[in-house]
Ligand binder design. Structure first.
Ligand SMILES: [Zn+2]
Length: 86
């Protein structure tokens, strides 16, 4: 998906109510597309974070240390996950 933002039309053709309305529609289309792209990116980052969290918890689970007396590395991992609230 390619989209090249162009704001030139705002100053060049915003002279009549009709062209202002046209500009407004273009601007609204541009904004909704930008929001959509940001939401897609955010969803990807969220999915990556979930995978990363699962991977880290798996590491802790597979470590030779026991729950209640975790080794320094596992404590660091769990501390980091808690710190970010994930
Ligand atoms: Zn451990």
């Amino acid at each position: 998906m390619f989209f090249t933002p162009s704001w030139k039309f705002l100053t060049l053709s915003a002279k009549t109510p009709k062209s202002i309305s046209k500009n407004f529609k273009r601007m609204r289309a541009y904004l909704s597309q930008s929001i959509e792209q940001a939401q897609t990116r955010f969803a990807k980052v969220l999915a990556e974070n979930r995978r990363l969290k699962g991977f880290l918890l798996e590491m802790v689970k597979n470590c030779s240390c026991q729950e209640g007396s975790r080794c320094p590395q596992c404590q660091r991992i769990l501390g980091t996950l808690n710190h970010f609230g994930i």
